[in-house]
Design a protein around this ligand. Structure first.
Ligand code: FAD
Length: 488
């Protein structure tokens, strides 16, 4: 009998978890290496002074009745406790406030009710946005519809007519769509699309590739869910599913080097070396380049690294609050102190109140903002610390000015910076959140997975389809299909 294909997955972020589970389901012998003692990476739940906090990601697609995670876990006999907040979040500037409902039609009504609203433009913008989003979300909801090999491309061609509405916007920024509907001068819509673009496609509406940004504007209308107990519960459940399928998950076992030995790969990890037929690395290209160390895939890794370096880091505030002072259910907010300034560095923050208590009879709040790492990296150690402290002070000022009353009186506050992400999740120089989908054909590069070297693939938010926990999971599933196709 032929021996099973052995694949090492490096990193138990959602890209690695999904790849490992998809590989184990298909009969591969999988070892998932993780440097920390828990899974999830940027979408993990960590414990500090007896309280559980969500490290970064808090609000997720794919958890609804028909969502990818729900269907997948059900196949393995698991069910997740999830809250679906409605309104999904409160968006506030000093001039206006909108409770963003789960229904797109209800959101249109709220915008139309604002003073001076150009009603027809708002309606026609959301009609067009909804058409494009529907075409693209079909792909996000079905892992088999995102091709992994050229052979899988052909059946997808029948889908082409449904993608026609987005053809006119390829290579153009989201603000061009706003302008077409006469909304360029309507500040609330401008700020809304800027705020959603920044947290999803990781850049402003003026920069964002329109089809991606129009699709991700549907994020709040696709059963956006918050896991009770934190997203770490979903990561832990995926670990259990991998183990049930015979896969091995090895925590506190950081990979230090990867090298070729004839047609196989050797993975040198903290607890020893092992040989594999293939490798799936849930790492930034800079990290895998360091591990390979001998110029393997150097050109491709350098190009991917340049894309990563056009992205952002994150600054965080984690607060623990008396449960009695907080509202029922999870709650999310997006606050913009000054809509005329860039939506980064404390001027724009995203906050989430935990679904459920945090283990100390309190509730946790995770607050994040984007940090421009091109500036931070040009500073010396001391200046960096001062700059991050300034950004965190601005986050507190925005919270105090526009945030809900209950968030202002924490029992405990913990902070994090790009350096914290680098230290815990190994994200090179603290780059997180994925590659910004800026306008241009370059945004579609890498849409079919390609190996860095035969039998070695990257997954995660630095490769297509990129950002968000759902997107990296889809990417992990299709790379699993692709690598087995290569190795069998
Ligand atoms: C502040 C913030 C807020 C976000 N909010 C949301 C949100 O609300 N919703 C959403 O869907 N997405 C959100 N995202 C994006 C999403 O969390 C990430 O894009 C996604 O989780 C990234 O997953 P990944 O698999 O690419 O990598 P990561 O999560 O970075 O995982 C990589 C894993 O590899 C491990 N590792 C690193 N080096 C080694 C090594 N040498 N050996 C072994 N293991 C190693 C790390 O410890 C980590 O577990 C947010 C991101 C951030 C930073």
């Amino acid at each position: 009998m032929a021996r099973p294909i052995r694949v090492a997955v490096v990193g138990a972020g959602f890209g690695g978890l999904a790849a490992a589970l998809a590989l184990a389901e298909r009969g591969a012998e999988v070892v998932l290496f993780e440097r920390l003692r828990y899974a999830g990476g940027c979408a993990a739940t960590f414990t500090h002074r007896g309280r559980r906090f969500e490290a970064g990601a808090t609000l997720f697609a794919g958890l609804g009745r028909t969502g990818l995670f729900t269907r997948w876990l059900a196949r393995h006999g698991f069910e997740l406790p999830v809250e679906f907040p409605d309104p999904v979040l409160e968006m506030c500037t000093p001039a206006w406030h909108i409770a963003v409902p789960a229904s797109r039609a209800a959101l249109v009504e709220r915008f139309c009710a604002l003073p001076g609203a150009p009603r027809e433009g708002i309606q026609s913008f959301f009609e067009e946005q909804g058409r494009i989003a529907s075409a693209l979300w079909k792909i996000l909801e079905d892992p088999n519809s995102i091709p992994a090999t050229t052979a899988e491309l052909l059946p997808q061609i029948k889908r082409a007519p449904s993608l026609l509405p987005l053809a006119r916007w390829i290579g153009r920024p989201l603000t061009a769509v706003l302008a077409r509907h006469g909304l360029a001068g309507f500040e609330p819509m401008r700020s809304y699309v800027n705020a959603v673009s920044q947290i999803t496609v990781q850049c402003s509406a003026a920069e964002a590739e329109a089809p991606f940004a129009l699709a991700t504007l549907d994020y709040f209308h696709r059963e956006a869910g918050h896991v009770v107990g934190g997203i770490g519960v979903l990561a832990d459940t995926l670990v259990q599913a991998i183990r049930r399928c015979g896969g091995s998950v090895s925590f506190t076992n950081a990979v230090r080097a990867i090298r070729r030995r004839d047609a196989r790969w050797v993975v040198e990890a903290r607890r020893g070396a092992q040989e594999f037929d293939g490798i799936v690395a849930d790492l930034l290209p800079q990290s895998i380049a360091q591990m390979l160390g001998d110029g393997v895939g150097a050109k491709r890794l350098a190009a991917l690294s340049r894309d990563v370096e056009r992205g952002f880091g994150a600054a965080m505030l984690y607060r623990s609050l008396p449960a009695s002072s907080t509202p029922q259910g999870s709650s999310h907010f997006e606050l913009i102190a000054d809509p005329t300034k860039p939506f980064v560095e404390g001027n724009h923050i995203f906050g989430s109140l935990s679904a459920g208590e945090n283990g100390a009879g309190e509730r946790s709040v995770t607050v994040s903002t984007h940090v421009d790492l091109s500036v931070l990296r040009s500073l010396d150690e001391q200046q960096r610390g001062a700059r991050v402290a300034e950004i965190q002070a601005r986050m507190r000022a925005t919270l105090d000015a526009l945030g809900p009353e209950w968030v202002r009186h924490p029992e405990l506050e913990v902070t994090a910076s790009p350096r914290t992400f680098e230290r815990f999740t190994g994200r090179w120089q603290g780059f997180v959140g994925g590659i910004p989908r800026r306008a241009g054909l370059r945004a579609y590069r890498g849409w079919l997975p390609a190996p860095i070297d035969p039998g070695l693939y990257l997954v995660g938010d630095s490769v297509f389809p990129g950002q968000s926990t759902l997107a990296v999971a889809l990417g992990g599933i299709r790379v699993a299909r692709r690598i087995l196709n290569d190795l069998l």
